[in-house]
Design a protein around this ligand. Structure first.
Ligand code: M6P
Ligand code: ZN
Length: 203
């Protein structure tokens, strides 16, 4: 519950406008923008088209809760938000984000894990992939010119925070066209990063 504004020494002390729950990642406040991506929004993202077609189009794969304090494209601003990826697979491939590179590709981004178990899949301009383990407290700096995608490799909701420049933007087309060079699949109950089709992945 929000405390009322107080006045100390003539300066008004306001309650916080935004709260982030450090255990779950939930972001609350009047300005939070919630968006969801469902199976029906993710055509072509997963390798197994038959398994994909068997899942209900309205099943939520992930949700974001973001604070966009300035208009997208503003130079010098920051965006803040949490992504919650549901547990699940499409065939043997774990639920994951669409993945993107920044429309201004020289912009970096920070990720930090709240709960669950994940992988951060990174791909550089030469399509070399590597993956970083995401576990509560883990903190990740995504370099410039690097495509990024997150994957829930656990049995529970995986949530992580993100902070990125408000002029970074999201470019999805390159990923939609060529995909990542690696996929994260469940093999004998454990996650494995495998090459995507014929593309060689070095990790
Ligand atoms: C993180 C940030 C967001 C991104 C979201 C979902 O919260 O990187 O900018 O939108 O993950 O990822 P995607 O846009 O690839 O679906
Ligand atoms: Zn990004």
């Amino acid at each position: 519950m929000r405390a009322p504004a107080a006045r100390v020494g003539g300066v008004e002390i306001l309650p916080p406008r935004v709260m982030t729950d450090w255990l779950t990642g939930q972001v609350s406040g009047a300005e939070v923008v919630v968006s969801e991506r469902r199976i029906g929004d993710l055509a072509g993202v997963f390798a197994d088209a038959e398994a994909f077609a068997r899942l209900p189009a309205d099943r939520v794969v992930y949700r974001t809760e973001c604070i966009l304090g300035v208009p997208p494209g503003t130079v010098g601003g920051l965006f803040w938000g949490t992504t919650f990826i549901e547990p699940g697979t499409v065939g043997d491939e774990y639920f994951m984000t669409k993945g993107h590179i920044h429309a201004k590709p020289d912009r970096m981004e920070a990720y930090f894990t709240f709960c669950g178990a994940g992988l951060l899949l990174l791909m550089d301009a030469e399509r070399h992939c590597r993956a970083e383990r995401m576990t509560p407290g883990s903190t990740h700096l995504i370099p410039a010119f690097t495509a990024h995608r997150t994957v829930n490799i656990g049995e529970d909701v995986f949530s992580f925070g993100a902070c990125w420049p408000s002029d970074a933007g999201h470019a999805y087309q390159a990923i939609a066209d060529a995909g990542f060079a690696a996929r994260v699949v469940r093999s004998q109950g454990a996650p494995r990063v495998v090459p995507n089709e014929s593309t060689v992945c070095r990790h």
